[in-house]
Design a protein around this ligand. Structure first.
Ligand SMILES: Nc1ncnc2c1ncn2[C@@H]1O[C@H](COP(=O)(O)OP(=O)(O)OP(=O)(O)O)[C@@H](O)[C@H]1O
Length: 260
């Protein structure tokens, strides 16, 4: 059984069906991508998984338990970690103190008395922000702040790591290093579930990808299969390779961005 199972989840906001019978998994040792056009329901799925949003129907199972009714803090305590699109760090604290506080909030007495095994300096190093350790969080570049967000999340030692557009604001070199870090985290047994618009990153590191469109999972599979799936191409582009073969017109610049 996979570490996380999202089972037939529906979320309705009044007349809007944000998620429609979505079923997908994320497992230990794997990087799973959750992609889809704007408004497809990705963030709402994350909210359901973390407990911010109760589903209208369906279940969330985590470590073989039905956690659908669990509050956010209980899921966090059991190893569900999340970064947000909007940066959440404490601006007036240093980068180091932001990570320390995150660790102490999650780590309890062992962390408060310096007895936990998590080494804050090593974590800053690992994420690549050690040089900024003494800077105030509100003075660092956006890309670094994004990495700080990841460090704060890792400070809670998550078993399931949910990343919401983690590479936005990172330059190419930072994105490459970030991708390598994700691969390492998965190799250590973490389940990584990532919402991300950078298709090079998604296609480069994900073991499996689930594609949402209008709240429905329209495809699940390995990157190569997803890239060539006509349903996925149409969802993103309003156009697929099949249409090209049939001689229909297209915006080739957009197609290249997603399928190259
Ligand atoms: N609290 C809410 N109340 C009403 N509608 C909502 C609410 N939250 C999300 N929606 C709607 O649900 C749909 C899915 O939104 P969601 O934010 O989950 O999509 P997304 O795939 O994360 O989009 P993006 O890539 O733009 O962040 C959208 O139509 C959105 O307008």
């Amino acid at each position: 059984m996979a570490l996380l199972e999202v089972d037939d989840v529906v979320v309705r906001f009044g007349g809007v069906t944000a998620v429609n019978r979505a079923t997908f998994t994320a497992d230990r040792g794997q990087i799973t991508g959750l992609i889809g056009p704007n408004g497809a329901g990705k963030t709402t799925c994350f909210n359901v998984i973390t407990g911010l949003q109760r589903p209208t129907k369906g279940k969330v199972r985590y470590r073989e338990r039905d956690v659908t009714g669990w509050p956010v803090h209980k899921r966090a305590k059991h190893g569900v970690g999340r970064t947000f699109q909007r940066l959440e760090a404490f601006g007036s604290l240093s980068v180091r103190d932001n990570v320390r506080v995150a660790h102490e909030i999650h780590g309890g007495p062992l962390a408060w008395f310096g007895r936990s095994r998590t080494n804050i300096e090593a974590l800053l190093d690992r994420v690549g922000i050690r040089d900024y350790a003494d800077e105030r969080a509100d003075s660092i570049p956006t890309g670094t702040a994004r990495l700080l967000e990841l460090a704060r999340c890792l400070a809670s030692d998550p078993k399931l790591l949910l990343l919401d557009e983690p590479s936005s604001g990172l330059d190419e070199t930072e994105t490459d290093a970030f991708g390598e870090l994700l691969v390492e985290l998965a190799a250590e047994g973490c389940a990584v579930l990532m919402v991300e618009h950078d298709m090079d990153l998604v296609m480069g590191v994900c073991d499996e990808i689930h594609v949402l469109d209008f709240g429905e999972i329209i495809a699940s599979g390995a990157p190569a299969a997803i890239r060539s799936d006509p349903k996925v191409q149409r969802a993103y582009l309003g156009y697929s390779d099949d249409d090209a073969d049939a001689g229909r017109d297209s915006d080739t610049s957009v197609i290249e961005a997603v399928t190259s």
